[in-house]
Design a protein around this ligand. Structure first.
Ligand code: TZD
Ligand code: CA
Length: 526
């Protein structure tokens, strides 16, 4: 009779979940015993970094990824990082260890009390199997729920379950295949196509789900066919459209009133692959201008249900793009040349203006570089200087939880070893996921971290102004030298003083992780 462990490992192998991001404890060791040869265990030194790396890896591969965490304490450490994975719709399958069944009730040390509800608000599905024999099936459910819902799931497994024996019925899980098809029916398709064709001044709003091969190009074709303006949805975390395309109008501001203002004069707003909307700053007003209709197409049923306005079609945005392109016919106008980049701004003091740093990245690095950005006061400088034209070019913490950027860059680089990957990380943000440097060093991940050191939580100073709090303590972070921190974790690092030195440093291709620290002047996000 096979063990729960053997069947579970075989299931994970068949489903392609053979890269495990984790940080182990005693409860987890029995799951990790006898891992078959094809498995790769990626050790992270803190659970926030573990989830951040797994999140980047899963987003870049577009596939579910296994995360192994230690009981309640490890899971708790991971929760902040999971908020981002929820917002980016990343299918993380978190398997946590648990005490043996008789020790849970009496709350022995390392028992995870009420493990099913521990991560509940964040995960789309959570369970602790009712008996050992149910573990392989429950693990399969965790994987399929994560994929179908595109949301993290959580499975808590008592550690002695792994060596329990199961009968042949448990093997049925190995042959399971679970798929989804979500193409609109003929009437729904016709209605939507007629609505779009009849619009006098349509506008497109694209969300993170459109940053995928096929969809990204489909969105460009649709926009050119319609000749309409395109915005990225508010609180952008992936780039769904070339940012210098002549039809691109930028990222919608994350407030009710400014979004309404942007849509002024449009009779139809078609939202593809985004919630409606992830506002941030509370700027009340009308949701939509008088006479503007909004239609949201998303395969996220919850995003459709919770939107405060508009119509929604729960369907695959890729299928809808195909359908609209077929229905609208024609070949679309060439929309004209890409918009040129402006000269980078310079700063009066000692540090570089962030625009100078970004211009150096743009000029010096290959066009297909993937950027993982966690630098919060430099957003407008970033979009003014960058010229990103293809899918998978840009990642940002989707729920705004810091600690994604540095680990996420490691995960993206591990997922795409042939693509240049750069983390653009603020001196505040870096600290939340800093231990990922060690994992990058150990795996020799060819990754560049550009560390922007302005000595402060720049975005919070700006927020202080907006909220009428000019005197909050705890916003400055002097005395940090990331070259020494990085060296301590085994990553080669250097400080660059000026633009030319930065450009020269970027031109080197070391083939292993490196950190480049540059002092920057304080700017505002917008
Ligand atoms: N903690 C976590 C986990 N997430 C957060 N978003 C914050 C705290 C609050 N926070 C922001 O929202 S922005 C920011 C903080 C601390 C400053 C980030 O500093 P930075 O970037 O150096 O990375 P800038 O460019 O100086 O703003
Ligand atoms: Ca900073």
């Amino acid at each position: 009779m096979p063990s729960v462990r053997r069947v579970s490992h075989a299931f994970l192998e068949r489903q392609g979940l053979t890269t495990v991001f984790g940080n182990p404890g005693s409860n987890e060791l029995p799951f990790l015993a006898e891992l078959p040869d094809g498995f790769r265990y990626v050790l992270g030194l803190h659970e926030g970094a573990v989830v951040g790396m797994a999140d980047g890896y899963a987003q870049a591969t577009g596939r579910p990824v296994l995360v192994n965490l230690h009981a309640a304490s490890g899971s708790g450490n991971a929760m902040g990082a999971l908020t981002n994975a929820v917002a980016s719709r990343t299918p993380l399958v978190v398997v946590a260890g648990q005490q043996v069944r008789p020790a849970i009730g009496p709350e022995a040390n390392l028992a995870s009390v009420d493990a099913q509800t521990l991560m509940k608000p964040l995960v789309g599905w959570a369970a602790e199997p009712a008996c050992a024999e149910d573990v392989p099936r429950a693990l399969a459910q965790a994987v399929f729920e994560a994929r179908l819902q595109r949301r993290p799931t959580y499975l808590s497994v008592p550690y002695d379950d792994w060596s329990a024996e199961v009968d042949d019925n448990a093997l049925a899980v190995l042959d399971r295949r679970v798929e989804r098809a979500s193409v609109p029916d003929a009437a729904q398709g016709r209605r939507l196509a007629e609505r779009v064709a009849a619009a006098r001044r349509p506008a497109l709003v694209l969300g993170g789900d459109i940053d995928a091969p096929g969809l990204f190009d489909g969105a460009v074709r649709l926009a050119e066919r319609l000749g309409c303006p395109v915005w990225a949805a508010p609180s952008l975390f992936r780039l769904p459209f070339p940012n210098r395309h002549p039809l691109f109008r930028g990222v919608l501001p994350a407030g009710i009133a400014p979004v309404c203002e942007a849509f002024e004069g449009h009779d139809l707003v078609l939202v593809l692959g985004a919630p409606v909307f992830r506002y941030h700053e509370y700027l009340p007003g009308r949701y939509l201008p008088e006479g503007t209709r909004l239609v949201q197409v998303t395969e996220d049923a919850s995003a459709a249900a919770r939107a405060p306005m508009g119509e929604a079609l729960v369907a695959d945005p890729g299928a809808v793009l195909d359908l609209l392109l077929n229905a609208l016919g024609g070949s679309g106008e060439r929309a004209g040349p890409y918009r040129p980049v402006p000269e980078p701004l310079t700063a009066p003091g000692a540090g570089l203006h962030p625009e100078q740093v970004f211009a150096a990245l743009r000029d010096g690095l290959p066009a297909d570089t993937a950027y993982v950005v966690e630098s919060t006061s430099t957003t407008s400088a970033w979009w003014r200087q960058m010229d990103l034209r293809g899918p998978g070019s840009y990642y940002f913490p989707a729920a705004g939880g810091l600690g994604f950027g540095l680990p996420g860059a490691v995960g993206v680089a591990m997922a795409q070893p042939d693509r240049p990957v750069v983390g653009v990380i603020g001196d505040g943000s870096a600290n939340y996921g800093i231990t990922a440097l060690w994992t990058a060093a150990q795996h020799g991940v060819p990754l560049t971290i550009v560390l922007l050191r302005n000595g402060t939580y720049g975005a919070l100073r700006w927020f202080g102004g907006l909220l009428g709090v000019p005197d909050a303590p705890g916003l400055d972070i002097p005395g940090l030298d990331f070259t020494r921190v990085a060296e301590g974790y085994g990553v080669r690092a250097r400080h660059v003083g000026g633009v030319e030195e930065l450009r020269a440093a970027l031109a080197e291709q070391p083939g292993r992780p490196r950190l480049i620290q540059v002092d920057t002047a304080l700017t505002t996000p917008s």
